[in-house]
Design a binder for this molecule. Structure first.
Ligand code: UDP
Ligand code: MG
Length: 320
């Protein structure tokens, strides 16, 4: 039997780009159906992430125009990761496979063919991997690539150059539903679920319209979430560094004692100031890192819902 596909598209203030990309998603569904790769009930599920522009109205209109388009709306803006999660959790009981993709047409939609093929060959997760980042600015490319390298240095398992364009089977989603954390970094969490997986390469192009919602501040936030969600190595590094500094200080103390005993003690203001500045800097950074983890523990203990769906363009009976 052919699998039923749900394409999950998170949308935040995308009124400019949705009218351009929505027909492409529809075309892709029809194309895959014609090639007899997916079943007739396949859909495109837009997740409105509390947009402040007319994104939701556009989604409602699309849903009226074609039964292939479905929409859910989050009660407020919760960020890209939560929007994707809301879509995945909504879709898990309604389909056999999901593919999450950005709304802006940056990810090559034609890679979906290879993703579905890989699923039909027995893979449960298929990661879309960027073959080139030529259209990204040097800064974005450099920071993103350093981030992947840094993460693997910390021992976290991430797929290099993979963002959130991926196929996940409903079977994997049912297991993933047991991962209850609010500190969400999907591209690091999905590999933890396991199952057979593979990668598919695609070229990343420029946004078809509108502008990016990932300014530097959000990128840093996502990077910190990624590190704290996947690794406790920074805490261990503080310990190792503390031991190193303590060792150096011990040698320094012996040296100071010897010079004092020999009667050669000098004013030493500069060296003292440098040491105080350096060590207090290290201490503050260390406290900051520990604080980051404590903050995350605090958020996790609250068990607040990760998303709240306020509206749907359909009733659940319609899709059963
Ligand atoms: N997005 C979202 N909520 C947000 C920010 C972004 O759902 O708070 C969506 C956005 O609509 C897009 C995807 O996440 O479909 C990726 O965002 P964007 O293209 O702005 O990021 P970039 O490609 O520049 O990293
Ligand atoms: Mg984009």
């Amino acid at each position: 039997m052919l699998p039923k596909l749900f394409i999950i598209v998170p949308c935040y203030n995308e009124e400019e780009v949705l009218p351009v990309t929505a027909p492409l998603f529809l075309e892709k569904i029809q194309d895959l159906q014609n090639k007899r790769k997916i079943s007739a009930g396949s859909r495109v599920l837009f997740v409105n992430d509390g947009s402040k522009d007319s994104t939701w109205e556009i989604i409602e209109k699309l849903a009226k125009e074609s039964e292939v388009f479905l929409g859910i709306s989050q009660s407020r803006n919760r960020g890209h990761q939560n929007a994707v999660l809301a879509g995945l959790m909504e879709a898990r009981d309604l389909c056999d496979i999901t593919i999450s993709i950005d709304a802006d047409g940056q990810d090559d939609i034609n890679a979906m063919d290879a993703m579905v093929d890989a699923y039909l060959d027995g893979c449960e997760v298929v990661y879309g991997v960027r073959s080139s980042r030529e259209t990204d600015t040097f800064f974005k490319r450099f920071t993103a690539e350093s981030f992947y390298k840094f993460l693997s240095l910390l021992g976290a398992e991430v797929v290099y150059n993979h963002a959130d364009y991926r196929l996940i089977s409903a079977r994997v989603l049912k297991e993933f539903a047991n991962f209850k954390e609010v500190n969400l970094f999907l591209r690091g969490l999905i590999p933890l679920v396991g199952f057979k997986s593979t990668t598919v390469e695609y070229a990343r192009s420029e946004r078809m319209a509108g502008k990016s919602h990932y300014p530097l501040k959000k990128m840093i936030g996502l990077a910190v979430d990624g590190i704290t969600s996947l690794s406790v190595k920074p805490l261990q590094l503080i310990m190792s560094f503390g031991i190193l500094v303590a060792g150096v200080s011990f040698i320094g103390c012996i040296w100071a004692l010897i010079t004092a005993l020999c009667g050669k003690s000098v004013a030493g203001w500069a060296s003292m100031t440098c040491i105080i500045c350096f060590v207090s800097g290290v201490q503050l950074i260390s406290l900051g890192i520990i604080g980051e983890y404590i903050g995350k523990i605090y958020l996790e203990t609250k068990h607040r819902p990760r998303y709240i769906i306020s509206e749907r363009t359909y009733t659940s009976d319609e899709l059963k």
